[in-house]
Every structure is written in C-alpha cells, then in structure tokens.
Design a protein around this ligand. Structure first.
Ligand SMILES: Nc1nc(O)c(N)c(N[C@@H]2O[C@H](COP(=O)(O)O)[C@@H](O)[C@H]2O)n1
Length: 156
C-alpha cells in the first residue's frame, strides 16, 4: 500500500498481514539452520531461545500468532545475546524467504526505490509508531534486502 507522509510516498505494510508476501506472518515456508520454517515469524521467535525442544515447539506452532505467543513467554529463558541479534535473525529469515520464493522477491522489488515503512500504531521498534517516529527496523531490513537482491541481480 502506498502512503503519503510529509510530501513523500512510502511503500507500507504490516509485519502481521498474512496476505502480504513481505509480512513475517505470511505463509511462505523456507529452510534454514537445518529445519523447514512455516513463516519468518516462526523462525524469528524460535531463535530467541537456546533450548532446542522449545525451539521445536515454536517451529511446530499452528500459526505465526501462536509462534509469537510462545516467543513472548517470559518464563522461558532467552539467549543472552538476543537484543543484540534480533534484527539479524529477522533479516536472515526474510532474506532466505525472498531467495526461496520468487513471488516474495518480486513483491519487494516492485517497491522500486520507495522508502519502506512498517505501519504500526504501537510498535516503535519494528514499525513507525503512531507518530511515524518509530525506528522502523522492519522497513529498514526490507530495504537492505532489496538492495542486496538488486546487487545479486546485476552480478548475474
Ligand atoms: N527494543 C526492542 N529490541 C528488540 O530487539 C526487540 N525485538 C523489540 N521488540 C519489541 O517488543 C515487541 C515484541 O517483541 P518481538 O517482536 O517478538 O521480538 C515488538 O513488537 C517490539 O515492539 N524491542
């Protein structure tokens, strides 16, 4: 969806929109780290934990929403370096999804050179927040992947 903000056209999406191929919740399976993941959200949430059996429980969650719920379990010990690496894991999953499904990479490349924003009223980390002052880390990682895909395309 295109969105006008301060005289600029933004290419926007939400991470949770299962109908948008670029969303982390969209059902485009991929293989990474020796497993098949139903969505990027499953992969991202599982990577928060060192406990292999808890990761597996998240991998087998029946929906990305259920995977996120398991990932937000405060009683389950997260890996110590998670805050430092959370963006890296979301990026890895999203990049591999793009490389696995041409439909997904095409959707990303269709955004041209527009700035990408994750529109979210409440999320100031992944999204723009209600006042568009959020860090927009999800939009930024998509722009980074778009750049990498274009470089790969021109390298043949
Ligand atoms: N500040 C901050 N650093 C990170 O590394 C984060 N992953 C987040 N996430 C925020 O918490 C909400 C739920 O977390 P996950 O997306 O499941 O990691 C998320 O919506 C962000 O607002 N925050």
């Amino acid at each position: 969806m295109l969105f006008e903000h301060k005289g600029k056209t933004l290419f926007t999406l939400t991470r949770e929109d299962i109908h948008n191929p670029l969303a982390a919740y969209a059902p485009y399976a991929f293989e990474l780290d020796g497993h098949e993941w139903p969505t990027v959200e499953h992969y991202y949430q599982a990577m928060k934990f060192e406990d292999e059996s808890y990761r597996e429980k998240i991998r087998q969650a029946t929906s990305p929403k259920a995977a996120a719920k398991l990932g937000h379990n405060r009683w389950q010990k997260r890996r110590k370096d998670w805050k430092k690496n959370s963006i890296t894991y979301m990026t890895r999953g999203t990049y591999i999804k793009c490389r696995t499904h041409t439909e997904v990479s095409a959707a990303l490349l269709e955004s041209g050179d527009l700035d990408i924003a994750e529109l979210s009223m409440y999320d100031y980390f992944w999204g723009s927040g209600r006042d568009m002052r959020g860090a927009n880390n999800y939009g930024k990682l998509l722009m980074g992947i778009r750049h990498k895909l274009l470089q790969e395309q021109s390298a043949g």
